[in-house]
Design a protein. Structure first.
Length: 365
């Protein structure tokens, strides 16, 4: 069996409000913590849930960026250990700035723009911290599974100490990038022993731009057992909690971020509602983990600024109370929200592979 170590920016766990996890025993799913949402965390949890004890050895390690709510080390009752990394405020602010520059560049037509050199320092510091921690455990593991562009440099830093696979989850489109920026990304990817991308288009993009290394295409995935329909009572509770009653509603799920284009959906819904006035629009999602990190630097967080923009669009479209913003919801509540919807809409024009579409393969709507 493979002794596996996972590395990601976002922790796999979010502490539940009011929970007091045991200091020495494992944290309990649903009692002490809930899984983080997004693309990477559900995929990695699904991987572990089906592989532990079969082709992945027990007690895998998950190395991740932490925050003040998480201890440096703890276990979960899902069978994996977690070790967190901490960045001091200056490095954290720089890291978030550089990470956002990369995020924007791959989620739109505007390209990378000027290379934010000063902010790159914080990005390097996080990657260096992650590589140092992984090297401390190099003798304990056969494979390091590094997740997404936030830890792009880790494979090269770990070197031959342990095989490293990079999972690239966001869109991959290098055309239009300055040559030195394009080579930066390709060389960093080639530092890993292999890269896994989500779509055939991304794989072809690597080949087109002269990637020298092993590359594989694997569609993102979820655990079907965690996507089972919820009882109708949970759907009713979601409706009652958000004042929906028995009205039909359209749902969109995604972090509060300009690249998700909820503003475009609000504008479109304004036209739709003229024909179907009884319908409501439900926007599910909050800020990302790195958005919350940025808010601790004193700057206004991206999700707050975006919510203010959406409120302006809502007023201009005269949507009144026909729009419901739920904020971040727990996985079971998300399934209830999805199950009760009449239509699912995903307005973002750029995605690596929309993981939530997989949810709708399992939940009848």
């Amino acid at each position: 069996m493979i002794r596996l170590c996972i590395a990601s920016q976002t922790p796999p766990t979010a502490l539940l409000p009011g929970a007091t996890p045991p200091e020495h025993g494992p944290w309990r799913l649903g009692v002490d913590y809930t899984p983080q949402v997004g693309g990477v965390i559900p995929m990695m949890r699904a991987l572990l849930s089906v592989s532990l004890g079969r082709w992945v050895a027990p007690d895998p390690l998950w190395v991740t960026l932490g925050d003040s709510t998480l201890p440096h080390r703890f276990r979960t009752d899902e069978g994996f250990r977690v070790e967190t990394l901490m960045l001091e405020p200056r490095a954290r602010a720089e890291y978030v700035q550089f990470k956002e520059a990369v995020w924007r560049s791959f989620h739109g037509p505007w390209g990378f723009g000027p290379f934010p050199t000063r902010a790159y320092r914080g990005y390097v510091e996080l990657n260096h911290l992650a590589a140092q921690r992984l090297l401390q455990h190099a003798d304990e593991y056969d494979l390091v599974y590094v997740n997404d562009f936030q830890l792009l440099l880790v494979g090269g830093l770990v070197g031959s100490a342990a095989p490293a696979i990079l999972r690239w989850h966001i869109p991959l489109e290098l055309r239009g990038y300055p040559e030195q920026v394009r080579r930066f990304f390709l060389r960093a990817m080639e530092g890993s022993d292999a890269i896994v991308v989500s779509t055939r288009t991304a794989l072809e993009e690597l080949i087109r731009h002269g990637f020298h290394g092993k590359a594989f295409q694997v569609y993102p995935y979820l655990n079907p057992q965690e996507q089972a329909p919820v009882p109708e009572s949970r759907v009713r509770k979601f409706r009652d909690d958000h004042g929906l009653g028995d009205r039909p509603y359209v749902i969109a799920v995604g972090r509060m971020d300009p690249v998700k284009r909820q503003d475009l959906l609000l504008e479109a819904f304004g036209r739709i509602r003229r024909k179907f006035p009884e319908h409501r629009l439900v926007l599910v999602g909050g800020g990302s983990f790195s958005t919350r990190l940025a808010s601790r630097t004193g700057a206004e967080s991206k999700d707050v600024a975006w919510l203010r923009r959406l409120e302006t669009v809502r007023r201009a479209a005269r949507l009144g109370d026909s729009v419901v913003l739920t904020g971040r919801v727990a996985p079971e509540e998300l399934r209830a929200a999805s199950q009760g919807a009449s239509v699912f809409v995903h307005p973002a024009p750029w995605e690596g592979f929309e993981l939530l579409m997989n949810v709708f393969l399992f939940i009848p709507v």
